[in-house]
Design a protein around this ligand. Structure first.
Ligand SMILES: Nc1ncnc2c1ncn2[C@@H]1O[C@H](COP(=O)(O)OP(=O)(O)OP(=O)(O)O)[C@@H](O)[C@H]1O
Length: 266
């Protein structure tokens, strides 16, 4: 789906992402993990078009898209969510989605000024897409609530809906379960599975190791900007280099224990 070839991003002397090659597999849940500062967010920013790479290729549907802007990537079907979702708190959830979708549709200023038939059609389309996306993420009941009044978990679902309303083929989810409780995490994981099962390609960054191990079809591990391992959850859990990256030289615990200990200490 997405072929990443020797992707590198330098900030001054620091290579935040260094010569990373991987494949984001179509119709699968592809996870990216790694310690803090490993380059995960930078990698996401590169493939979503938020940052231009220093070198390397990003081949999407047979075409090198490295260096395209985020709106161009969105138009090609690559949508992303952010760690925190900026919403208009004093507008309804549905209006937030309609605005989010409108920003990506075609009517120009002329259409808005003269309220053309095309604009009218687009408004109807946006509303329909927004309602469909809300239904998909299980938030139809919250459509008319103020965005400022919904819970953190509901904000996460709105973030998914914002991405889905653009009718993407690939969704990039940045910490989709960050800041929600364990029960809610299970619900969000089910929703991510539902995205995959509906034919979407999912790529996500997540710190919650137990969630990743249960959810991902494939995991890539970054450390100091480099890919140090890639494979199934079982392969990753027992990979000595991964254990080393999370633990230093102490191999007494597995990746999952380490992260839980770190979370508990935080
Ligand atoms: N715009 C920037 N300018 C300079 N350095 C940056 C910039 N963005 C990221 N970095 C550096 O690149 C490295 C990788 O950062 P990145 O945020 O991609 O890591 P991460 O794996 O997402 O970390 P975390 O899990 O803490 O979010 C870090 O050393 C960071 O300080």
């Amino acid at each position: 789906m997405l072929e990443i070839q020797q992707l590198t991003k330098r900030f001054g002397g620091l290579a935040a992402v260094r010569e990373v090659s991987t494949t984001v597999e179509a119709g699968k849940i592809n996870a990216i993990i790694g310690p803090n500062g490993a380059g995960k967010t930078t990698f996401f920013n590169l493939i979503s078009g938020a940052l231009a790479p220093s070198s390397g290729r990003i081949v999407y549907e047979g075409r090198d898209v490295a260096g395209l802007r985020a709106d161009q990537m969105a138009a090609l079907g690559v949508a992303r969510t952010f760690q925190t979702t900026a919403l208009f708190d004093r507008a309804t959830v549905l209006d937030n989605l309609i605005v989010g979708h409108r920003l990506r549709t075609r009517s120009g200023l002329w259409d808005v000024l003269v309220r053309t038939r095309r604009l009218h059609e687009e408004e109807k389309r946006c509303r329909r897409k927004a309602e469909e996306a809300l239904e998909f993420v299980g938030l139809s009941h919250a459509a008319h609530r103020m965005a400022g009044d919904i819970s953190q978990e509901e904000r996460k679902r709105v973030a998914f809906a914002l991405a889905l309303a653009t009718e993407p083929k690939v969704v990039l989810l940045d910490e989709p379960a960050g800041g929600v409780n364990p029960e809610e995490t299970v619900g969000l994981a089910a929703l991510i599975r539902k995205m995959r099962d509906s034919g979407l390609t999912v790529c996500l960054i997540e710190h919650k190791m137990d969630m990743i191990m249960n959810l991902a079809d494939k995991i890539m591990v970054l450390n100091y900007g480099e890919k140090i391992a890639e494979g199934s959850p079982a392969e990753i859990r027992s990979n000595p280099q991964v254990i080393e990256a999370y633990l230093g030289s102490d191999g007494a615990h597995d990746v999952q224990d380490t992260k839980e200990a770190a979370d508990a200490a935080a």
